[in-house]
Design a protein around this ligand. Structure first.
Ligand code: NOJ
Length: 498
C-alpha cells in the first residue's frame, strides 16, 4: 500500500462513507482530463464534404425542433480547435476526450470514401494536443449517426455492426499510431432509449421493440470494433478500448425496494454492460427472465429483449480494457404504487419495470429535480462495479455539474468537482483502480435538449459572439490548481467546505 492509500485507509477504518478533511494527493499515475463531443462543440455542420447526421436532420427538418438551439455552429471548434488545445493546456490536463464526427470523416457513412478535410481536422487536433503533452482520448460515436445510415434503419438494423466496424477500422488506421485510449460508443442508453422514445435523435417511436434492437446491435458493434483493435492494431499500438456507460447511483428507497432496485440496475446499466463485463456474458439474468415473461404476457411469441445466440454472447463477452463510467448523480428507487402515474424514462421512472425515481431529502439539489448531488454515491457505485464485474480499471469518462445560471463565479461547480474527486480518492484508497477523471465539460456546449441555456463548462462560451469567445470560470482556475498540485484544495478561495 503506498502512502496515499495508507493515509486514506487510516481514515476509512472508521467505516464511514463521509468525506475526509485532510488534503490528500492523487497518485502520479492518475490522469486528469476534460471531455466534449463532436456535435456539441464542432459546428461546421456542412463544411467541406461533411455528410448530414441525425442531429442535423432533427434540428433542421423537424418542426418541433427547428426553432431550438442547434449545433450548426456550436462552439465552432471546427475552426477554433487551437483555442481548445490552449484551454486544455491552461487547465493542466493530462488527457482530453473528444469524439469523431462519423459523417465528417466518412461523408457517405460507409468507408468507401474518407474525407480529406475530416482527416486533416482530426489530425490537427490530435497532433496539437500531443505537442502540448496532452493525450487524446477518442470516442468513435457520440450520438451523431450519418443520416444515410439512419435511413437504412440505423442502430436497429443488424448490418450496423459491419458499418460501424468498417468506420472503426478507418479511425484506428488513421489515428491509432497516436491515440492510445479509445471509446467505441458513448452511452448507448442515451440514444437507444431516448432516441427510440421520441425524445432525441433519431426521434422514433420505438420504445417497445426498436430500442431493444438498438441495444443489441450497439453491443455487437462495440464488440466487433474492440476485436478489430485487439487483433489488428493492439500488437502495434498497445492501446486500450472500451465504451462509456452512463450509470448513476441507484439505491432502494426502502428495504422492500431492494429487489426492484437490483432489477433497475440491470435495466439501466446491465443491458449495456453485463454482456461485456460479466464473467459469464449474455443479458443480465433477472432482467432477461423478466422481459421474456412480460413479452409472453403481452402476447409476443418471443422476448422483446432480443435473445443473444451463444456465438453472440462469446463475441461480446470480455471486449473491454477498462470500464468507462459516465456518472453524474444519485436517485432512490421505489416500486410504483398501484394506479400511480409513472415518471418518464430515463429521468423519473420506468413503465417497463414499474418503478419511480426520487431524491433523498438529505441530498443537495442543483435546481433540477432529477439532478441531486450525492458524491458518496460515486464511491458506492465504484464498489458495486468492482464487486459485480471485478473490473481491472475504471476511468471516469464524464462527471460534471449542470448550471442554469451561466455566471463565471461557479462556486457550486467547484464544490461538486471537489466532492466527487474526493470520493475517487477514497475509492482508490479502498483499492479500486480508478485511473482517470474527465470533467464534463471543457466548455459550455450544445446540451442535446437544453440547447445553450444549460451550462456544464469549465469555460464559459459566448454564443452570441461570432468568435465564440471562451472565458475561464472560477472552476477552471480551481481545476488547474488541482491538476498541477494533484490535490483538492479544500480552502480554495473562501469556500468553506470543511
Ligand atoms: C452525457 C453525454 O455523454 C453528454 O453528451 C451530455 O452533454 C452530458 N451527459 C450532460 O447531459
Amino acid at each position: 500500500m503506498d502512502s496515499v492509500r495508507l493515509a486514506v485507509f487510516s481514515i476509512l477504518i472508521s467505516g464511514s462513507w463521509c468525506s475526509v478533511t485532510k488534503d490528500l494527493k492523487f497518485p502520479e499515475w492518475f490522469k486528469f482530463g476534460a471531455a466534449t463531443a463532436a456535435y456539441q462543440v464542432e459546428g461546421g455542420w456542412n463544411s467541406s464534404d461533411k455528410g448530414e447526421n441525425t442531429w442535423d436532420r432533427l434540428f433542421h427538418s423537424n418542426p418541433e425542433f427547428s426553432s431550438q438551439d442547434n449545433g450548426d455552429v456550436a462552439c465552432d471548434s471546427y475552426h477554433l480547435w487551437r483555442r481548445d488545445i490552449e484551454m486544455a493546456e491552461e487547465l493542466g490536463l493530462d488527457i482530453y476526450r473528444f469524439s469523431l464526427s462519423w459523417a465528417r470523416l466518412l461523408p457517405n457513412g460507409f468507408a468507401n470514401k474518407i474525407s480529406e478535410d475530416g482527416k486533416r481536422y482530426y489530425n490537427n487536433l490530435i497532433d496539437g494536443l500531443l505537442e502540448k503533452g496532452i493525450e487524446p482520448v477518442v470516442t468513435l460515436y457520440h450520438f451523431d449517426l450519418p443520416q444515410i445510415l439512419q435511413d437504412l434503419g440505423g442502430w436497429a438494423n443488424p448490418l450496423i455492426s459491419d458499418w460501424f466496424a468498417d468506420y472503426a477500422r478507418v479511425a484506428f488506421t488513421l489515428f491509432g499510431d497516436r491515440v492510445k485510449t479509445w471509446l467505441t460508443i458513448n452511452e448507448p442508453l442515451g440514444f437507444c432509449d431516448t432516441g427510440y422514445s421520441k425524445q432525441q435523435a433519431p426521434y422514433i417511436d420505438g420504445e417497445v421493440i426498436a430500442k431493444y434492437l438498438c441495444n443489441k446491435y450497439t453491443l455487437i458493434s462495440h464488440a466487433k470494433a474492440w476485436r478489430i483493435y485487439d487483433e489488428e492494431f493492439r500488437p502495434r499500438y498497445h492501446g486500450k478500448v472500451s465504451l462509456a456507460t452512463i450509470f448513476n447511483w441507484y439505491e432502494p428507497a426502502t428495504p422492500e425496494d431492494k429487489e426492484i432496485t437490483d432489477l433497475m440496475r440491470e435495466y439501466w446499466e446491465g443491458r449495456f454492460a453485463y454482456p461485456i463485463f460479466s464473467k459469464e456474458g449474455g443479458w443480465p439474468p433477472t432482467l432477461e427472465k423478466f422481459m421474456a415473461d412480460k413479452s409472453k404476457q403481452e402476447g409476443y411469441s418471443r422476448s422483446r429483449l432480443p435473445p443473444l445466440t451463444a456465438e453472440e454472447i462469446e463475441l461480446i463477452r470480455g471486449t473491454y480494457d477498462f470500464y468507462g463510467l459516465n456518472h453524474y448523480l444519485s436517485r432512490r428507487i421505489r416500486k410504483a404504487r398501484p394506479g400511480e402515474k409513472i415518471g418518464t424514462w430515463p429521468l423519473y421512472g420506468s413503465d417497463e419495470i414499474n418503478i419511480q425515481m426520487e431524491s433523498d431529502p438529505s441530498w443537495e439539489t442543483t435546481g433540477l429535480d432529477w439532478f441531486p448531488i450525492n458524491p458518496a454515491g460515486l464511491r458506492k457505485q465504484l464498489h458495486w462495479l468492482n464487486q459485480t464485474y471485478g473490473v481491472n480499471e475504471v476511468m471516469i469518462t464524464e462527471n460534471g455539474y449542470l448550471d442554469l445560471d451561466k455566471h463565471l463565479d461557479d462556486t457550486a461547480r467547484i464544490k461538486y468537482m471537489r466532492d466527487y474527486l474526493e470520493q475517487i480518492q477514497l475509492a482508490i484508497a479502498d483499492g479500486i483502480n480508478v485511473t482517470a477523471y474527465m470533467a464534463w465539460s471543457l466548455m459550455d456546449n450544445l446540451e442535446w435538449l437544453g440547447g445553450y441555456g444549460a451550462s456544464f463548462g469549465l469555460y464559459q462560451v459566448d454564443f452570441t459572439d461570432d468568435n465564440r469567445t471562451r472565458t475561464p470560470r472560477e472552476s477552471a482556475r480551481y481545476y488547474s490548481r488541482v491538476t498541477r498540485t494533484r490535490s483538492l484544495h479544500h480552502d480554495h478561495e473562501g469556500l468553506n467546505y470543511v
